[in-house]
Design a protein around this ligand. Structure first.
Ligand code: G
Ligand code: MN
Length: 414
């Protein structure tokens, strides 16, 4: 089997290692938006052809590789906006290919396809940083939509990088994969967690603390930058485990057994160590509230209900974080049936000046309490905001007014 190079457009070859490229004829009016460059990787030529035919119906430029090594060669030589790869292939499977491509291009979205879907491969695909996991046969509509979304995301990543350069910000995302990995190693080694009190204002006591990850490495000046890098490097698991270990190590030194609120990334829900009995948080599970943000979709977590049920069985409680900031629907509520609800600070800001915000928050507080949930108002910065939230019946409050996140454990003057 020969490993072919990227053939010139419209040349057709049937040799298995060869990469073949075709371009759609695009009417003039559409040429302003550049064709999406897609690489299809599948050892089954029929499938590859079918995918190619579908994609050529949209504004794409398609190359086909019939093996992992041929695909790698193509990625080394050309630029792609999206890579669609089969998982089961003889020379190099889709996961190995994904890892190999990440060494060359840290950002290009990779969609993994499989004819034999299982929960564990789906979980693994997302854990290692695949953009999507799709089951074959793929409906043309779904294929087009996934490819379009992936290409758009890739362009956004590139534009963000350009913006950072323009603004003179040294973006670690612009650096190559290996040096980003090294910076991230340093970041993990020196990572620390800050704690911010969550108060019961009426009872004049600290109810608990939220643990918040903090970086000491200049390339990642804020937690968002750490998360972006972890996502890009496929190292979200390591990050989540580090945060949970650091949080757990502080818990024994707290007095009066407060609750501890720990933020989870959606991908943490796929990490088997979260559910394992010897995880660092497990001994304190009855004190722990796991926060799941409203900002991200939970659609990609297979078995979500079962995972959440298992966490509850272990003693953990669940909070929906950033309520009001995310998706319009109530899917996270329905799926998680949380014990706590955390209202996003955008709803809290200047609430005393906005009758609309007061009405919305009042309804949220009432509905949550009707469902047996406790409500935390986040990001409280002023006395006026505090007083309104107390009046509206918020159970707990958190924000700079009481204490900023700091080393274990900041105090509050009531
Ligand atoms: O998404 P999540 O709610 O977990 O984010 C909490 C973030 O909000 C933390 O980074 C924390 O530092 C920040 N934060 C906490 N209290 C306040 C506040 O009163 N005002 C503002 N602007 N940010 C806050
Ligand atoms: Mn939070």
């Amino acid at each position: 089997m020969t490993v072919g190079s990227l053939a010139v457009a419209s040349r057709v070859s049937d040799s298995p290692g060869e990469v073949v490229q075709r371009t759609t004829e695009v009417p003039d009016s559409e040429t302003h938006s550049r064709a999406i460059r897609v690489l299809i990787v599948d050892d089954d030529r029929e499938t590859a052809r079918a995918l190619e035919r579908t994609l050529l119906q949209m504004n794409t430029q398609v190359a086909v590789a019939c093996s992992g090594p041929a695909a790698l060669k193509a990625v080394e030589q050309g630029r792609f906006d999206v890579i669609l790869s089969d998982i089961g292939m003889p020379d190099m499977d889709g996961f190995d290919l994904l890892h190999a491509i990440r060494r060359i291009d840290g950002q290009v979205p990779i969609v993994l396809l499989t004819g034999e879907p299982t929960v564990s491969t789906a979980a693994r695909a997302l854990e290692v940083g695949a953009f999507r996991y799709v089951t074959k046969p793929v409906e043309p509509k779904e294929l087009n939509s996934v490819v379009e979304k992936a290409a758009r995301l890739y362009r956004m990543a590139q534009v963000k990088q350009q913006a950072a350069q323009l603004l003179g910000q040294e973006s670690p995302m612009g650096t190559d994969h290996d040096s980003l990995n090294r910076s991230f190693d340093r970041c993990l080694e020196s990572l620390w967690v800050a704690f911010q009190p969550i108060v019961d204002w009426n009872g004049k006591r600290i109810f608990g603390f939220e643990s918040l990850m903090r970086s000491r490495v200049a390339e990642f000046p804020h937690p968002g930058a750490v998360l972006d890098a972890a996502e890009r490097l496929g190292r979200l698991d390591e990050l989540g485990r580090t945060i949970r270990k650091l949080t757990a190590s502080s818990i024994p030194s707290a007095t009066n057994s407060p609750a501890f609120f720990v933020n989870l990334h959606v991908r943490d829900l796929l990490d088997p160590t979260l559910l394992s009995d010897d995880s660092p948080l497990a001994p304190f599970s009855h004190q722990i509230v796991l926060e799941v943000t409203e900002r991200a979709s939970l659609a990609e977590v297979p078995d979500l209900r079962q995972r959440i049920a298992q966490l509850r069985e272990m003693g953990f409680r669940i909070a929906v974080d950033d309520l009001g900031a995310g998706y319009a629907g109530l899917t996270s509520f329905a799926l998680l049936e949380p014990e706590f609800v955390k209202l996003d600070m955008s709803l809290i800001r200047d609430i005393e000046k906005s009758p609309t915000k007061r009405k919305v928050v009042k309804s949220m507080v009432n509905l949550s309490q009707d469902m047996g949930m406790l409500v935390v108002g986040e990001g409280v910065e002023t006395i006026a905001e505090r007083d309104v939230l107390v009046e509206l019946g918020c159970d707990f409050l958190q924000g700079y007014l009481f204490a900023k996140p700091a080393v274990a454990f900041p105090e509050v003057t009531f």
